[in-house]
Design a protein around this ligand. Structure first.
Ligand code: NAD
Ligand code: UDP
Length: 386
């Protein structure tokens, strides 16, 4: 760790980071990286700590004096401002961010992604503290190309689908399509942060993650989360594979996504943390444009990879189609395609993702199999016995 320098060759001084939502998927990987590769301190704020327990205990860990867990719900806890004041930088990851919630719990979604983030922005601005705020690629909504006729040659033109931070419009569906409650709340908090920067000098970076995936993402229903819960696609498909059920393709699985390995993505966040002069004032896409697939292709690839890592044969019918109304309920809608433009992050931080979709699925599904296969077997044999 000694002699670490930033991208401009200046020495990196240790800082204290108040990380809100540190106990979640991204937070756990970021804490892991900060502990193992840097001298920085983390004040880890969350309502849960299961995903970072291995970083908090035992007290003999080499970084034990550099990470503290604070069990705080930021909705209603006066300790938050004190922690932000103690830190040099605040990273806000806290959010309701699973699509199954956007149309079924729109109020909680809007409160979590907008109202609950307001004090964090205010405390940073009033106390002259730097903020890295996690937004989402969903703020882009649908692509312009989605509105062209299906056979239009313009659909092949990147100008109609590549998503650029400083140029692409944010295109959401009608209000009754409550799917967009999340994107809309995230967009408004982005605008507020941007305005705090412009009017009050807040030093900020806004991150727009494009489908970051890897170990510890979400939960497996009935094992470490509610049986009826619907996590994001990686955990839904993992759950189906572990239970030897067909993978469910919502509305035919035609939507397209670019998936990035969490370990590549947190490299970009570390560069933002340690290069404030390059990251401040920017909105940054973080994704892997080379890993684009349709959801159907993702299902096929996950089925092949899982078969390889588990040694189990694939099902005769590996996928089934399901309507979005049946799967998510009324008010669901979808982003058609999400390819991040990488110009700004390349220019500011010289960062590029490395891991192919096959490789990231192989390490992630190896983890899912090792972590859950036995628990699922036991849970399923109990259900059969009853
Ligand atoms: P996650 O659900 O795993 O983590 C969020 C964490 O925030 C959870 O541990 C949760 O307990 C905590 N939290 C929520 N409300 C809180 C509150 N009121 N007080 C204290 N803690 C609270 O999600 P994630 O995938 O790690 O996402 C982190 C951030 O990145 C979110 O803001 C999300 O919108 C954004 N994001 C992630 C992705 C992705 O690909 N994973 C994509 C787009 C946006
Ligand atoms: N999806 C699917 N089957 C599932 C879960 C999700 O077909 O079991 C689809 C979903 O409709 C969307 C894509 O997979 O088109 C990605 O969903 P995810 O929940 O990961 O979040 P999103 O990328 O939409 O934010």
């Amino acid at each position: 760790m000694a002699g670490r320098v930033d991208l401009d060759g200046n020495p990196i001084n240790p800082i204290t980071i108040c990380m809100i939502g540190a106990g979640g998927f991204i937070g756990s990987h970021l804490c892991e990286k900060l502990m193992s590769e840097t001298p920085h301190k983390v004040l880890a704020v969350d309502v849960y700590n299961d995903k970072i327990k291995h970083l908090l205990e035992p007290a003999t860990l080499t970084w034990a004096d550099r990470i503290q867990f604070h069990r705080i719900n930021i909705k209603n806890d006066s300790r938050l401002e004190g922690l932000i004041k103690m830190a040099d930088l605040t990273i806000n990851l806290a959010a309701i961010c699973t699509p199954a919630d956007y149309n079924t719990r729109p109020l909680d979604t809007i409160y979590s992604n907008f109202i609950d983030a307001l004090p964090v922005v205010k405390y940073c601005s009033e106390n002259g503290k730097r903020l890295i705020h996690f937004s989402t690629c969903e703020v882009y909504g649908k692509t312009i190309g989605a509105f062209l006729p299906k056979d239009s040659p313009l659909r092949q033109d990147p100008a109609y689908y590549v998503l650029k931070e400083d140029a692409s419009p944010c295109i959401f569906g009608s209000i009754e399509k409550q799917r967009w409650s999340y994107a809309c709340a995230k967009q408004l908090i982005e605008r507020l942060i941007y305005a705090e920067g412009a009017e009050n000098g807040l030093e900020f970076t806004i991150v727009r993650p494009f489908n970051w995936i890897g170990p510890r993402m979400d939960f497996i229903p009935g094992i470490d989360g509610p049986s009826e819960g619907v996590p994001r696609v990686l955990a839904c498909f993992s759950n189906n594979l572990l239970r030897r059920e067909p993978l469910k393709l919502v509305d035919g699985g035609e939507s397209q996504r670019t998936f990035i390995y969490i370990k590549d993505a947190v490299e970009a966040v570390l560069l933002m943390i340690e290069n404030p002069a390059r990251a401040n004032g920017h909105i940054l896409n973080v994704g892997n444009p080379n890993n684009e697939v349709t959801v159907r292709q993702l299902a096929e690839m996950m089925t092949q990879v899982y078969s390889k890592v588990s040694g189990e044969s694939s099902l005769e019918t590996p996928t089934i189609d399901v309507s979005s109304k049946e799967f998510y309920g009324e008010g669901y809608d979808d982003s058609d395609k999400r390819i991040p433009d990488m110009t700004i992050i390349n220019k500011q931080l010289g960062w590029n993702p490395k891991t192919s979709l096959w490789d990231l699925l192989e390490s992630t599904l190896t983890y899912q199999h090792r972590t859950y296969a036995e628990a699922i077997k036991q849970a399923m044999s109990k259900t059969t016995a009853n």
